[in-house]
Write a protein that binds this ligand. Structure first.
Ligand code: 13P
Length: 279
């Protein structure tokens, strides 16, 4: 799995991480990736995992779907924002390919210590680890925070002292909807990318312009995370379907158009990340 992310960095494109919020997401994400020949990262946060049925269940459903749909592009099953070392270990045990330990709210010494514990465990099972420095602003699954730019020296320390595989330095992006224009720290991005030969991860990509996404890719981002953009498209479509025919009550009739819009939106995201036709 590491080689796919390294390849993306070397060839200057990004693998999209698309967050799952319900079972209909899984099929749509996989089909969009297969149709466009793009590697894909299927993300779930701890909270969504709890909501949908647990680590083992989610991981098995995704793997079963990959088989049943004859998906031939690389699919990386990823824990997004694992909030405790224990949750990351649970994801590893359940068969996830990659886990993010989000120690960004901890003092740096504690972030390093706990990220290292996750790396030591995950690497024994060939699982990748993503770490975070600084704070991505906004609201994700009810976790609300302000933007705090990643400190350069903290990034170096976390990468070197833990040997993690990918790093998410928070540089102005936010989860959820942006208030005003996104303002990414490209100078800081360049500094971090020059100092570290590590694929970087951009969180909070919904609402960032195509031009800025490409700049971030050229400055070392090989994984870009999307959630809100798909949720907005899904909920708009769902409202439209229900408003257009108020007599509908069959769940499949109600949900199929919104399932389709997830696929269309993911395909558009794949093109923004220029990961199409890479496999
Ligand atoms: P958005 O909600 O801005 O799309 O960000 C998703 C994300 O970063 C998941 O970790």
């Amino acid at each position: 799995m590491k080689s796919f992310i390294q390849q993306a960095k070397d060839e200057q494109y990004a693998i999209p991480q698309i967050n799952v919020n319900g079972l209909i997401w899984i099929e749509s994400i996989l089909q969009a990736a297969e149709d466009t020949r793009s590697p894909i990262i299927v993300g779930t946060t701890d909270k969504v995992i709890e909501f949908l049925g647990g680590y083992q269940f989610i991981c098995s459903v995704i793997k079963d779907k990959v088989k049943a749909m004859n998906i031939t592009v690389p699919v990386i099953i990823h824990l997004d924002h694992g909030l405790t070392v224990d949750n990351c270990k649970k994801a590893v045990d359940a068969g996830y390919d990659s886990v993010m330990f989000d120690g960004s709210k901890l003092p740096i010494e504690e972030n390093i210590k706990q990220t290292k514990e996750v790396v030591d465990y995950a690497h024994q099972h060939n699982v990748l680890v993503e770490g975070e420095i600084g704070a991505i602003g906004g609201n994700e699954d009810g976790v609300i925070g302000n933007v705090k730019y990643a400190d350069f020296n903290d990034c170096l320390r976390l990468a070197k002292e833990t040997q993690l595989d990918t790093l998410a330095p928070a540089l102005g992006s936010v989860h959820g909807k942006y208030q005003g224009e996104p303002n990414l720290g490209f100078a800081e991005m360049k500094e971090i990318q020059n100092a570290l030969d590590l694929p970087l991860v951009l969180h909070g990509a919904s609402g960032i312009s195509d031009e800025d996404l490409l700049k971030a890719i050229h400055l070392g981002h090989a994984k870009i995370n999307f959630n809100t953009e798909i949720n907005i498209a899904w909920s708009n479509q769902l409202r439209q379907t229900l408003n257009e025919d108020t007599s509908l009550f069959n769940p499949q009739q109600i949900l199929n158009p919104s399932k389709e819009i997830i696929k269309t939106t993911v395909k558009a995201i794949i093109h923004k990340c220029t990961s199409q036709n890479r496999v």
